[in-house]
Design a protein around this ligand. Structure first.
Ligand code: ATP
Ligand code: MG
Ligand code: MG
Length: 430
């Protein structure tokens, strides 16, 4: 599928293809996972051409893209070659070769969002420094260079203490919690030795067997955060157009299980005042970054009613998957509109409530597929449910394989429908 080279007409296509879509710009996406796939789905409705760059031949976006270039989005020459074929360059993952993006921008390549944004976001510590300089409320944080530094931070912040890898983290890989001084060194070791990005072939190729660092000399790769005593996690998808107009989607609640997004409820069931503060923080956070596109702002609601920023993703995000069925403009359509310079669409909900449930791998291989399909079968018989399957070539435990979105009259009704769908599941989901 990857080498459907009837489309691979290199630089000439841009000039010779008659334009019939809503934009003549070919959108190049670094990364071809499920986010890239859903961007392609939205693009097809508008007849916008999306090219993806991903090292995996049968990556989820491959079959649906206008063209899939097989290659690494962390390799300078490959990214440059890819960029030549696109009208605008965007990302579905922030762990890309940002130095090349900067270089390409200087040569006039249109990157949305800007390389400066990707640079800030891809280093979580730099991200925290940036947002604190812009007056965004966050958990206190501090760089640590060794175990002694971690002990000093713990004196200031107390326990539990959150230790995080600055780079290449996702789905909680790269985070560890120390509940006491005795646990500090093992928690540091976990963050240093965990194979972050293990879901990605790119990571496997580049970092296989290579550890982020070793205890004792961890190369300024870690920092710590004060524990955020949150009662709920919230998220806001924010879109910025090329004209700098900004629109926020309704605030959602995200529920994580073992650090992985598990369930998203829209709208979040929190007081209006909290929603206003969440929106304001998200709006200000995105305003401080450069470039067009969709951004996801992850937030903590603390037990004393504060909103703190956790992190921002400079791209479409798991907390916005429900927007496909639940909003007038999905986050994927919105991102494409934003990067090609079309007017932004209405982000509001067209139904009272939505719940998104992630289909995470329960088991490796065939047994995992069987369990997922049992659940999908029940979802297909559930009112208001839509099933998304990402067509990943391999089933692995905890891997995001698909998702189910339920839409309906209220969050309460949808919770009941989700519970009855899951209860019958022989895999013993909650
Ligand atoms: P993602 O897949 O969202 O990119 P990630 O690997 O970047 O995840 P974080 O978002 O930093 O990880 O953290 C994952 C989860 O860990 C959060 O959603 C939250 O549940 C918890 N968490 C992170 N930081 C803190 C903190 N300072 N205090 C309490 N809990 C935290
Ligand atoms: Mg993250
Ligand atoms: Mg996160």
């Amino acid at each position: 599928r990857a080498s459907r080279d009837s489309h691979d007409s290199s630089t000439t296509r841009k000039d010779h293809t008659p334009v019939h879509g809503l934009s003549e710009m070919i959108v190049g996406v670094l990364g071809g996972g499920q986010l890239g796939r859903m961007l392609c789905q939205a693009a097809s409705q508008m007849a916008i051409k999306v090219m993806v760059l991903d090292p995996l031949e049968n990556c989820p976006a491959s079959a649906l893209s206008y063209h899939h270039m097989v290659g690494s989005f962390d390799d300078s020459a490959t990214v440059e070659e890819f960029a030549k074929r696109c009208g605008v360059l965007t990302v579905e993952i922030e762990h890309v070769d940002v130095a090349t993006l900067h270089k390409l921008e200087q040569q006039g390549v249109d990157c949305q969002p800007k390389a400066s944004t990707i640079r800030i976001i891809q280093d979580k510590f730099l991200q925290k420094v940036h947002f604190s300089q812009h007056g965004i409320p966050l958990p206190e944080f501090m760089q640590i260079d060794d175990l002694e530094g971690a002990k000093r931070a713990a004196c200031q912040f107390g326990y539990p203490l959150m230790i995080k890898s600055k780079r290449l983290a996702y789905d909680g890989r790269g985070n560890a919690v120390a509940k006491s001084e005795e646990e500090l060194s093992s928690a540091i070791n976990v963050t240093l030795t965990c194979h972050v990005m293990e879901d990605s072939v790119w990571f496997d190729q580049k970092y296989n067997g290579h550890l982020v660092g070793t205890l004792g000399g961890f190369d300024r790769g870690l920092y710590v955060e004060k524990w955020a005593p949150f009662v709920k996690e919230l998220a806001v998808i924010v879109a910025r157009g090329r004209d700098n107009s900004i629109l926020c989607y309704p605030v959602v609640e995200t529920i994580h299980k073992e650090n992985i997004c598990h369930i998203v409820k829209s709208p979040a069931v929190v007081p209006l005042e909290i929603k206003k503060v969440a929106n304001d923080v998200a709006y200000r956070a995105v305003s401080s970054l450069e470039g067009a596109g969709v951004f996801a702002v992850e937030l903590f609601l603390t037990n004393d009613g504060q909103i703190l920023l956790n992190e921002v993703a400079p791209r479409v995000h798991n907390s916005g998957h429900h927007t496909i069925e639940a909003c007038y403009t999905s986050q994927f359509e919105q991102h494409l509109r934003a990067v090609v310079g079309l007017p932004l669409g209405d982000p509001s909900m067209k139904c009272p409530a939505a719940i998104m449930y992630n289909l995470l791998g329960e088991d490796e291989g065939e047994p995992g597929f069987r369990l997922a399909h049992q659940l999908i079968e029940r979802a297909l018989g559930t009112p208001g449910a839509s099933v998304h399957w990402y067509d990943k070539p391999e089933m692995r435990k905890q891997r995001k394989m698909g998702h189910i979105t339920l839409v309906g009259p209220s969050i309460g009704t949808l919770e009941a429908r989700l519970n009855s769908m899951l209860k019958e599941n022989s895999c013993g989901c909650p």
